[in-house]
Write a protein that binds this ligand. Structure first.
Ligand SMILES: C[S@@+](CC[C@H](N)C(=O)[O-])C[C@H]1O[C@@H](n2cnc3c(N)ncnc32)[C@H](O)[C@@H]1O
Length: 236
């Protein structure tokens, strides 16, 4: 198995306990990060939204927040599509959400036509995509001119803030400890902090997306820079 296949296989194995652990380990703060992203995006776009595509959709959390955001901002969205290569994660998503189409696929092989999406999102997923530069190009291809790319991710801090030591301890000690007990998977919750440590800074990701043709609209770190929101736009 290559590195990408190993990552996907790991998500298949933890899919039954993924939602429970996600809420527990993030104390539910991720809900706020997701709500802000969706609301800001609808407000900025200001046009009819036909199709929203959530890549690396996992168990469908971001689709839920897109749906809720549309209702709260008075938008009607014709189609919600979730894409993920893990059949285990998709099975949980299909159980929870009946109004979206969930399709097996990767960030570099999205089975949709060129220029067919108003929004493409990827939440806490881009870290797992080995061919990341190809993914940016694929998101660009699938978006309509003027379409929005929304990325939520745990980026590598440029410098440690006051909460840095606590965050480090929580990520590197507590998450693997609790994660192993609940998921009964020995490596998955060590992979999470390790993959953040080995990941890129906000500035580097912005540079990559701009090199793929996107214009940055809004970029901000939330909760002491733990989670970063990138709102990018394909030029009209
Ligand atoms: C940490 S989960 C995030 C799930 C969801 N977006 C959320 O916010 O809860 C990462 C997801 O990325 C998916 N993934 C892994 N490799 C991928 C790839 N190459 N392309 C798309 N998704 C991938 C995994 O199957 C998993 O569902």
């Amino acid at each position: 198995m290559n590195k990408q296949e190993q990552i996907i296989s790991m998500f298949n194995e933890i899919s039954p306990t993924y939602d429970l652990l996600n809420r527990l380990l993030s104390f539910g703060i991720d809900r706020r990060w997701r709500q802000i992203a969706c609301k800001k995006c609808f407000k900025h776009y200001g046009k009819e939204v036909e199709r929203i595509v959530d890549v690396a959709c996992g168990t469908g959390d971001m689709i839920h927040f897109w749906h809720e955001g549309a209702e709260k901002t008075g938008h009607t969205v014709q189609e919600f599509v979730g894409i993920d290569p893990s059949v285990g994660m998709l099975a949980v998503a299909k159980e929870k959400i009946e109004y979206a189409n969930f399709i097996e696929g990767t960030a570099t092989t999205i089975p949709l036509e060129d220029g067919s999406a108003d929004f493409v999102s990827i939440s806490y997923g881009i870290r797992n995509v080995v061919e990341r530069l190809d993914a940016w190009k694929e998101f660009y291809r699938v978006l309509k001119p003027g379409g929005m790319l929304v990325v939520l991710e745990f980026t590598k801090p440029e410098k440690e803030n006051v909460f840095g030591k606590f965050t480090k301890w929580y990520m590197q000690k507590m998450i693997p400890f609790i994660g192993k007990i609940i998921s009964r998977h020995s490596d998955a919750y060590t992979y999470l902090p390790d993959s953040i440590k080995a990941f890129e800074t906000t500035a580097k990701l912005k540079e990559e997306m701009e090199a793929a043709g996107f214009q940055s609209v809004f970029i901000k770190g939330y909760s002491f820079e733990i989670s970063t929101l990138f709102m990018m736009q394909k030029p009209a």
